[in-house]
Design a protein around this ligand. Structure first.
Ligand SMILES: Cc1ncc(COP(=O)(O)O)c(C=O)c1O
Length: 375
């Protein structure tokens, strides 16, 4: 049997007719740039997250970058972010002219905590860096501890920007949706995300009117009206066709999230008997978004090989922590031991809403056989 890591085609096949009809409607009206579906999708996202405003942009990476710019972060500033994540947050920091300051992650959650952020902040201040913001990442769909991080941000007078690219549908320890707790939050609608477009797409949400207005301006060439440019912006609008795709998919999102949660719960129960470190299941009202099911094992590479040889697609997220990436070498050496350990041990197993029982059985059976034959 072959089990893919994710199966976008199977999921999209369920509503291909509806999506194609929504696309045809955009074409019929000819409203390709900032057409009605963009605003409708922004309304949906604001309501879904509980934020006052949502602004659709071209990608999750741009949502991060434009949020930083809207908060006034730029040249000469520094921003703390996780060393164990996708590169986008650190890249956005660098692309606004600021300096990324990497912080370590918590050994249980693989997310930053108020302690790891505080350590990085203290260290950066000793080096006389001007830290202006922190970007926690809700990794794999698990919210970082937003309440303590908000308290830290207030105390330290820095902005809190959530990288919620992987966390649509997740909520924090207080039951607040990912994206609601900071000065701004970024979502990605990259096709493999829990809510995926048919191409690139992203959005930022915020409850600050000034930040929303500035991102709206920045995403459209810094213009306040046609051909009146008050600052240098860029072209980063959420494509109307992608907004139409996303709006159609929102109707299925709750069912997909429920399916992800069912599969993750089954994995958690079945894998408890193996020498694996399992992802954290937060207590209600917190809700895991289950973007990815990532286990940790000292025998990660052997387990990955074993599963791939038997048709189970697995992925290493993330094989090299960000502070050890060549593109950040000029920042100088730093040591983030938990992030480094996670990079050596973490492995994502297949998890997607249309994964049927036989595929789940097969993954569980192959993991079991690995440990039975090796120990
Ligand atoms: C944690 C994280 N942040 C940011 C991004 C960037 O999103 P995008 O690919 O839409 O630019 C991604 C996804 O790809 C991500 O996983």
């Amino acid at each position: 049997m072959r089990v893919p890591l994710v199966d976008i085609a199977a999921q999209d096949a369920l509503l291909a007719d509806e999506v194609l009809a929504a696309i045809a409607q955009v074409a019929k009206v000819g409203s390709f740039i900032l057409g009605p579906p963009v605003e409708q999708f922004e309304h949906w996202l604001a309501a879904a997250t509980g934020a006052a405003h949502a602004v659709g942009v071209a990608s999750g990476t741009d949502a991060l970058q434009l949020s930083l710019r809207a908060l006034g972060v730029g040249s000469g500033d520094a921003v703390v972010t996780s060393a164990f994540s996708f590169v986008a947050a650190a890249e956005a920091i660098a692309n606004v002219g600021a300096r990324p300051v990497f912080c370590d992650v918590d050994a249980q959650t693989m997310n930053v905590s108020e302690h790891t952020v505080q350590d990085a902040l203290d260290c950066a201040r000793r080096a006389r860096l001007r830290v202006r913001a922190v970007i926690p990442v809700h990794l794999f769909g698990l919210c970082a501890p937003l309440e303590p991080l908000r308290a830290l941000a207030l105390r330290e007078k820095i902005a809190l920007v959530e990288d919620a690219a992987q966390a649509i549908g997740a909520s924090d320890a207080n039951g607040n949706a990912a994206g609601r707790g900071g000065d701004a939050a970024a979502f990605s609608f990259f096709p493999t995300k829990n809510l995926g477009a048919w191409g690139d797409g992203g959005a930022m949400v915020t409850s600050r009117e000034d930040v929303a207005a500035r991102v709206r301006r920045l995403r459209a060439h810094g213009a306040v009206e046609p051909h009146v440019h008050v600052e240098i912006g860029k072209n980063s609008r959420l494509d109307t066709l992608q907004a139409a795709v996303l709006l159609t998919k929102t109707r299925s999102l709750a069912a997909w999230q429920a399916a992800r949660t069912r599969i993750a719960s089954r994995y958690l129960a079945e894998f408890a008997r193996f020498p694996l470190r399992l992802p954290c299941l937060p207590d209600p009202p917190a809700r895991h978004g289950w973007h990815a099911f990532v286990v940790r094992s000292d025998r990660r590479d052997a387990l990955a090989r074993w599963l791939r040889e038997r048709g189970v697609d697995v992925r290493v997220y993330y094989p090299r922590p960000l502070h050890l990436q060549a593109c950040f070498a000029s920042l100088g050496e730093s040591s983030q031991p938990v992030a480094e350990e996670a990079s050596r041990t973490a492995l994502a197993l297949p998890l997607y809403p249309t994964m049927h029982d036989a595929q789940q059985d097969y993954v569980i059976e192959q993991v079991a056989r690995f440990f039975e034959e090796r120990f």
